[in-house]
Design a protein around this ligand. Structure first.
Ligand code: HEC
Ligand code: HEC
Ligand code: HEC
Ligand code: HEC
Ligand code: HEC
Ligand code: HEC
Ligand code: HEC
Ligand code: HEC
Ligand code: HEC
Ligand code: HEC
Length: 457
């Protein structure tokens, strides 16, 4: 029977019915945009937005490269991508591309394939560098005994971001101390710049200046606000609570100002938040993320806590100290996060808060995950908080330049991040071994010196 069904006579009509069915379903709007049609588990990178099939798939099902670029182009550019698409425009690359089409993101970042797209960043086998660089083990004596699946292991190379791993960069940072003489991250200066720039000069508001509507004049709220940076910089209740602001008086009051309100004055922070994991659902118009949706361990009692600006910042107190550790630990509950409390970094952080150590000497969760980075704003160099907590997360060597090297030498930072045990104990012990990269580069420097002095003879 089945035999007959599949004979050529029936195949045509069956295919036609399937194709027509597909278009009808698409037109009716229930199409195949459903999780039941996922062929396998979505990667941890994107599982939070998997339901928004359309941000990646075209109406007929394929994946457009533009989708990947829309969301990731800027970050890869900022990383000075070693294998950017333009690297392969050279005709000499055509033979390489025939082996592995490196101009297409999906070649290495497939989705929904059970055994490939779990927690790994890329879906290619570990030895894929071999396709293009097989000559390296013969061309470079130092690489003679290396196996081709080890290029990205233990902090030697990354495919995209090699900013902490370039030979010249490492050569400039050989023999640095484990911990530098003045271990400090730069101070934030958004408020200072804002005050300098304001015309007319800012008026510091006090409690009685507030313009909240009378039904909302909670004394506690007014008190908190009056002590906040917002009141000091002239930001009144209605700046956040009024939907149609006219003059100083709120016309239409909302009790739940949303992220668009904060975005009015804090564009860079909002952009970072939306580009990172915490904000990625809001960025594609899905409901806010909650810990219940997470794959990594979260506190049981936080399951329904929504992620927006106020899940870390309390709306009327703009103090950022409790935000940098306590807020994170209301949700996060994995071993790395829990181990932080007993780490040497947390001891430094407590001393910074009590004033025993100068500002910038402590290391909070935010010091590593929401690093302070220089940004051009109003033509001035300001130091702002990067709110995309995935920007420097994977591969973890991305943290070296933006964070660790404010306080530690390059060699120590590379060793610490290459040691998986230190990830679990939140950098509480010394790294167990030294990686070989620095020795190799030192060796090459000596060789180059010798050969250039040979040239002189
Ligand atoms: C973050 C981007 C992203 C989202 C969101 C997404 N997919 Fe995919 N999907 C991909 C990628 C990448 C591939 C692999 C494409 C390739 O290899 O050419 C893929 C492959 C597939 C395939 C295999 C057939 C094919 O086109 O290669 C199906 C079926 C599929 N997705 C269905 C879905 C459905 C249904 C949803 C929503 C519930 C969804 N996808 C959401 C990125 C995504
Ligand atoms: C709607 C925006 C969006 C689209 C479309 C999208 N991504 Fe992503 N992607 C994200 C966000 C947000 C994250 C998590 C934060 C991060 O890692 O930057 C992420 C994570 C990743 C990661 C993992 C990074 C890590 O930290 O582990 C890779 C790799 C990646 N995306 C590649 C792709 C590729 C390839 C495509 C196209 C098939 C694509 N993305 C489509 C938003 C998007
Ligand atoms: C030839 C394989 C390959 C191709 C093609 C490729 N990637 Fe990657 N990508 C990787 C590997 C491997 C990693 C893991 C980290 C590393 O080694 O740099 C990665 C990591 C990433 C990350 C994590 C963050 C980072 O900076 O490393 C993002 C985001 C990403 N890729 C996006 C893309 C996008 C977008 C494209 C298409 C323009 C693309 N990749 C093309 C192999 C590839
Ligand atoms: C599709 C081919 C292809 C694949 C796959 C590939 N590369 Fe490359 N790689 C290139 C090309 C092309 C260049 C540029 C060559 C040049 O400028 O001489 C390059 C340059 C490099 C460089 C020197 C430039 C720099 O920015 O550091 C390193 C190191 C490197 N690749 C390592 C790797 C590693 C490690 C992998 C695997 C994770 C890998 N490559 C995978 C083609 C590839
Ligand atoms: C920087 C912006 C901002 C300023 C300034 C501000 N608020 Fe709010 N306020 C918020 C946000 C955001 C929420 C919502 C919190 C939430 O969703 O849980 C809120 C909530 C409230 C609520 C509801 C409280 C509740 O528990 O639901 C009241 C009442 C309120 N604010 C009054 C005031 C008054 C009065 C002032 C001035 C003295 C003021 N706010 C100044 C941002 C602000
Ligand atoms: C009308 C403009 C305006 C709006 C709207 C606004 N802010 Fe601000 N915000 C400022 C200014 C100006 C400062 C600098 C204040 C200072 O510390 O002197 C600031 C400072 C901050 C700080 C840093 C305080 C510190 O201790 O350094 C945080 C956090 C903050 N805002 C969060 C928010 C959030 C969250 C929202 C939305 C609920 C919001 N802001 C809405 C103008 C605004
Ligand atoms: C995951 C927690 C978290 C979320 C969510 C969050 N912030 Fe922050 N934010 C912080 C921390 C922590 C700091 C202070 C970091 C430091 O001092 O190094 C901070 C600092 C700030 C500052 C100080 C100004 C600066 O850049 O120097 C502003 C403004 C701000 N956040 C606005 C926002 C806005 C707007 C949102 C929502 C779009 C938001 N934050 C969401 C944790 C968060
Ligand atoms: C309201 C709860 C909540 C708060 C508060 C919160 N997070 Fe998260 N965080 C989440 C959720 C949910 C995810 C997504 C996890 C997943 O998809 O498995 C996440 C993801 C992350 C990731 C990316 C993990 C990954 O594998 O890609 C990092 C890093 C992170 N958070 C750090 C922090 C830091 C640092 C703070 C404090 C400044 C903080 N978070 C505050 C709920 C929270
Ligand atoms: C000294 C820097 C540092 C500090 C402090 C730090 N982290 Fe991390 N964290 C890292 C690095 C590096 C990784 C990535 C490790 C890797 O993938 O190898 C990471 C990974 C994570 C992840 C992802 C875990 C996963 O399984 O995907 C979360 C969530 C996280 N950290 C939250 C926190 C929280 C919450 C705190 C504070 C209680 C904190 N971290 C303190 C450096 C730090
Ligand atoms: C604000 C400065 C600062 C930053 C940023 C910082 N650290 Fe540290 N770290 C220190 C100081 C100071 C110590 C304590 C050194 C001591 O006790 O001699 C320390 C201790 C450590 C230790 C424990 C050493 C021991 O003796 O047990 C490790 C591992 C470590 N840091 C790794 C890192 C890594 C990896 C990063 C980047 C992700 C980083 N640190 C970022 C200042 C910093």
């Amino acid at each position: 029977m089945l035999h007959k069904m599949l004979s050529y006579r029936f195949l045509g009509p069956i295919l036609l019915i399937i194709v027509l069915g597909y278009f009808v379903a698409e037109m009716l709007g229930f199409g195949f945009r459903q999780p039941v049609f996922l062929p396998g588990k979505t990667s941890s990178a994107h599982h939070q937005i998997e339901i928004a099939c359309d941000v990646c798939h075209t109406p007929l099902g394929g994946v457009k490269q533009e989708a990947c670029l829309d969301c990731h182009k800027d970050a890869l550019k900022a990383d000075s991508d070693s294998h950017a698409i333009k690297v392969f425009n050279d005709p000499r690359s055509y033979a390489l591309l025939a082996q592995i089409d490196a101009k297409k993101c999906v070649t290495c970042h497939a989705e929904h394939i059970a055994d490939k797209t779990g927690n790994k960043v890329a879906s290619v086998p570990d030895d894929f560098c071999y396709a293009c660089h097989k000559e390296i083990t013969t061309e470079r004596a130092s690489h003679k005994d290396f196996s081709m699946d080890g290029c990205t292991a233990s902090g030697c190379h990354n495919y995209h971001d090699n900013q902490a791993l370039y030979e010249n960069f490492i050569a400039q940072h050989l023999n640095e101390a484990n911990t530098l003489a003045l271990p400090r991250v730069p101070a934030r200066n958004m408020a200072d710049i804002h005050r300098q720039q304001a015309t007319p000069p800012l008026k510091t508001l006090i409690g009685t200046d507030h313009d909240g509507i009378s039904s909302a004049n909670d004394a506690g709220i007014v008190q908190d606000w009056a002590a906040s940076g917002h009141a000091h910089s002239g930001v009144n209740c209605s700046d956040c609570h009024s939907l149609t602001k006219s003059g100083a008086v709120a016309k239409e009051w909302t009790n739940k100002p949303d992220i668009a309100v904060c975005e009015n004055c804090h564009k860079k922070e909002t952009k970072g938040f939306l580009n990172g994991k915490h904000g990625m659902r809001l960025a594609v118009n899905l409901s806010p993320m909650t810990p219940e949706m997470a794959r990594i361990p979260m506190k049981d009692n936080a399951h329904n806590k929504e992620l927006n600006c106020n899940s870390c910042h309390s709306p009327h107190r703009s103090d950022t100290k409790e935000v940098a550790v306590e807020a994170c630990l209301t949700c996060h509950d994995d071993s790395h996060s829990k181990a932080y409390i007993n780490s040497p970094h947390h001891q430094l952080w407590k001393k910074e808060i009590t004033g025993e150590l100068p500002v910038g000497s402590g290391v909070s969760c935010a010091t590593c995950h929401l690093p302070r980075l220089p940004e051009k704003e109003h033509g001035l160099e300001s130091i702002l908080v990067m709110h995309n907590q995935n920007m420097n997360l994977r591969p973890n060597s991305k943290m070296i330049r933006s964070v660790c090297m404010n306080c530690h030498g390059l060699g120590f930072s590379l060793d610490a991040l290459a040691d998986p045990a230190l990830m679990i104990n939140n950098y509480s012990t010394l790294p167990s071994k030294k990686i070989n990269t620095l020795n190799m580069i030192q060796g090459r420097k000596i060789m180059k010196k010798q050969s250039s002095s040979d040239d002189l003879k």
